[in-house]
Design a protein around this ligand. Structure first.
Ligand code: SAH
Length: 398
């Protein structure tokens, strides 16, 4: 049933794929025009027609397909997906056993052997993210495989394969029972309200788990905390639970206010003692400077790309400027949590942005600690870009 076609690598760079690199870009191969229908299985070959790996055609902004196996004879079928899922679930055993954390990633794309597919776990419910129409073509086999390897309460899906990985508005419920809305999950004892059927984003970014824990346990006691791009206030809640004197959350989206109140409420925090501001962060920085506000802890976790009425922000271009503004309103000996999920640059470049911002403001700093993706967001050494999260805790010295 699977018509496999031969995809020929340009001569110079076959070594990279022989060493296990999983992603194919259009410009890597000579005959991408032979790929017609997403979901088609192809055999990647070098210039001498030697087999390198077998993958599927699926268009994402990252590339046009992912290698699934280096075994020419291995079929890509339901047992194949079952094997991958089983391995992935087994390696999250300690998460399943942890009573204090009931939300985590169980399958992380190429890190678990299938690029373009992620699966998150929320207290018995599974959320499948399909990142291309190509991987979506394997939906029946993958759902069947999931049913074999685990007992779920229910399954939801997010079709994220519209242009630029944006999300197709739809009913996301697939199988089993529907989840309550909100579904309350725990993360190191912190409660989060999850809405599985509202949006591509369900209420919390699971990849920041260790950062939230550090903020709660080590950086918040008696501090004035500013959380910018605060979304549902997850960092603010962590800071409040860690004993912050006060938290200020700033996000431009209207919905962020009620979501943040809800998060404070379910964690037993008086939300009226916190500031929750709906505003453009860049406007808020101007206001804070005018009012001479100073914060002991400033959390900066912007999206990689955002357009608001007055600003276009691209992490790759604008992070230093953003950080400069944050430095100005951070108290001496205060801490800045500089975070980015941009996969287009690595840690070295990010540290370059940090250095530039401090240089521009003439302020000395010290790196306190760094975080990358947690272990449930499994990555492979052959694909370093997969470890997109970069978080650096910085102390403002003088
Ligand atoms: N730091 C958050 C996640 C941020 S998601 C967390 O870990 O929970 C990105 C958020 O940035 C969205 O909620 C979006 O509304 C907000 N945003 C984007 N551009 C903004 C801007 N210019 N000012 C304020 N918020 C902005």
């Amino acid at each position: 049933m699977q018509n496999s076609i031969r995809l020929k690598l340009k001569a110079a760079n076959a070594k990279k794929w022989k060493n296990g690199y999983p992603l194919i870009k259009k410009e890597d191969v000579l005959n991408s025009h032979d790929l017609k229908r997403e979901g088609t299985i192809f055999e990647l070959v070098d210039e001498h027609q030697n087999f390198i790996g077998k993958g599927y055609y699926g268009i994402q902004n990252k590339g046009i397909g992912w290698i699934l196996t280096s075994q020419q004879k291995e079929p890509i079928d339901q047992p194949f997906f079952e094997k991958k899922l089983k391995l992935a679930l087994n390696s999250r055993k300690s998460f399943f056993e942890n009573q204090d954390t009931t939300a985590f990633r169980v399958f992380n794309g190429e890190g678990d052997g299938i690029g373009g597919l992620t699966i998150d776990y929320f207290d018995g419910f599974y959320v499948i993210n399909w990142y291309s129409e190509g991987i979506y073509r394997f939906k029946d086999d993958i759902l069947q495989a999931l049913s074999v390897v685990t007992d779920f309460k229910g399954v939801y899906e997010k079709k994220r394969f519209a242009a630029q990985g944006s999300y197709i508005e739809d009913d996301d419920f697939l199988l089993g029972d529907k989840a309550p809305a909100p579904l309350i999950v725990k993360e190191n004892g912190i409660k989060f309200a999850i809405y599985l059927n509202e949006n591509a984003m369900v209420g919390v970014f699971l990849d920041q788990r260790e950062v939230r824990k550090a903020i709660r346990d080590k950086y918040s006691k008696d501090k004035q905390v500013l959380n910018t791009f605060s979304y549902t206030g997850a960092f603010s809640v962590a800071a409040a639970l860690g004993g912050a004197a006060k938290t200020t959350s700033v996000d431009v989206a209207n919905r962020s206010k009620s979501k943040t109140i809800e998060h404070f409420r379910i964690n037993g925090i008086d939300f009226e003692a916190q500031d929750i501001i709906v505003d453009d962060v860049f406007q808020y920085f101007k206001y804070a400077v005018r009012k001479n506000l100073q914060f002991d802890l400033v959390i900066l976790d912007p999206p990689s790309y955002a357009r608001s009425k007055k600003n276009t922000f691209r992490a790759e271009k604008d992070y230093s400027d953003l950080l400069e503004k944050a430095i100005t309103i951070t108290a001496k000996n205060g801490v800045i949590v500089a975070s980015t999920n941009a996969s287009s640059f690595g840690m070295d470049k990010f540290k370059g942005f940090i250095q530039k911002a401090f240089q521009q403001t003439g302020v000395k700093y010290e790196v306190l600690e760094e975080y990358r993706l947690p272990s449930d967001f499994k990555t492979i050494k052959e694909y370093k870009e997969g470890n997109y999260l970069k978080v650096v805790f910085l102390k403002k010295l003088s």
